[in-house]
Each structure stands twice: as structure tokens, then as C-alpha cells.
Design a protein. Structure first.
Length: 202
């Protein structure tokens, strides 16, 4: 069980993040702030933020960070993202529940997976291919949908490989991690972000 002081510190940090987001008007810097804050709060090694494009019904990779691989794509890095977007529906019009991020977007529910290599019900073949090519080992996943005030999905935040603060070993994301990132996703989906997106893409 976490101490009350620890939880208070996390809530204080969440409040500070909310203030920082409310002052941010550049979309790249805003997304960077969201993802970096989520990684820091959960001590995650990697993370990706996807934005939903309703006209194409896809989740587009918007910003990606991986500390171990020293990878920075999208956001303020300026580096292009070469990964294909995630489709929410297949060619037959059936919902894509095989992929974790599309499932989270379709259902509006958080998915917390302790070990992707042991998980049932989701297709992690792309993740495993990535690991084989890079030598990385993707294990724990926390995938949180970002919903606006009308309960519509506007994006998905996915964190990978929570690290134990004592020995650095990969551990699962805790229930407290999940709760605070869901709160962060709610803050990040506020009116200020919608305005920022409207200015940036219209």
C-alpha cells in the first residue's frame, strides 16, 4: 500500500501538470508535455501518444519516446514517425479489437497488461517483430483512451515497461499508476487541448 505522503505528491504533480497544460498553446509541445509527464509519473521506459482521426477512423502515431533505444519521434523532436496508423475497423467494417490501442479507443476502457508475451486475446505480433529487430523487450503495457467532455475518443496514451524505482527491473503498472494516468488523460483531454488541436489542424 502506498503512503499518504506518496499519493499526495503524485496528486500535487498531476495538478502542476494540469496548470502547465492549460498554459500551453503549441500542439507539439503540449503532446510532449503529456507523454513525458505520464512516463515520469509511472517511471515508464517508453510511451506513445496516438491521435484519433474520425474521418479515416484511424489512430495516428503522433509522438513516440523510448529511453532505452534513445528514440524520439514526433512532437518537438521533429523526427518523422514511419509506423503505419492503427485502423479501428477492418475492410469488412468489423471493429479491430485485436490491437490493444484500437480496443481501448473502441471501448473507452483502459487496458493494463503485465506481460505482453503472456497476454491472451490481443495481437502483439507487431510488438514482437519490433523487439526482434531492435533487441528491445516490450513487457508491461498501460493503454489509456483519452476522452473529451462528450465522452468521445480523441486519442490514446500508451505506456510501456514500468520500471521498479529500486532496481530498475520491468514491473507491471500498478493500480495507482493506472488511476493517475487516467486522471492525466482526462486533464489532457480538456477544452484547452481541443482548442489547440483546432488551431493546429484547421
Amino acid at each position: 500500500m502506498q503512503s499518504s505522503d506518496y499519493l499526495l505528491r503524485r496528486l500535487k504533480e498531476l495538478n502542476e501538470i494540469g496548470i502547465a497544460l492549460s498554459r500551453q498553446h503549441d500542439i507539439n509541445s503540449l503532446l510532449e508535455t503529456i507523454l513525458v509527464a505520464a512516463k515520469r509519473i509511472t517511471n515508464a521506459d517508453a510511451g506513445t501518444l496516438y491521435l484519433y482521426e474520425p474521418d479515416q477512423q484511424i489512430l495516428r502515431f503522433e509522438i513516440l519516446r523510448n529511453d532505452t533505444l534513445k528514440t524520439a519521434m514526433g512532437g518537438t523532436s521533429g523526427g518523422p514517425i514511419s509506423f503505419y496508423p492503427i485502423r479501428l475497423y477492418n475492410e469488412a467494417g468489423n471493429p479491430n479489437h485485436a490491437m490493444v490501442v484500437s480496443h481501448a479507443a473502441l471501448t473507452g476502457e483502459t487496458v493494463n497488461i503485465p506481460d505482453a508475451y503472456m497476454a491472451q486475446g490481443f495481437d502483439f505480433s507487431g510488438t514482437k517483430n519490433f523487439d526482434t529487430k531492435t533487441g528491445y523487450h516490450s513487457k508491461s503495457f498501460l493503454t489509456v483512451p483519452m476522452l473529451n467532455h462528450e465522452n468521445e475518443v480523441i486519442g490514446v496514451l500508451q505506456l510501456i515497461n514500468a520500471q521498479d524505482k529500486e532496481d530498475g527491473k520491468i514491473v507491471e503498472f500498478s493500480a495507482d499508476d493506472q488511476q493517475i494516468i487516467e486522471s492525466l488523460a482526462s486533464v489532457a483531454s480538456s477544452c484547452s487541448w481541443k482548442n489547440c488541436l483546432r488551431v493546429s489542424y484547421n
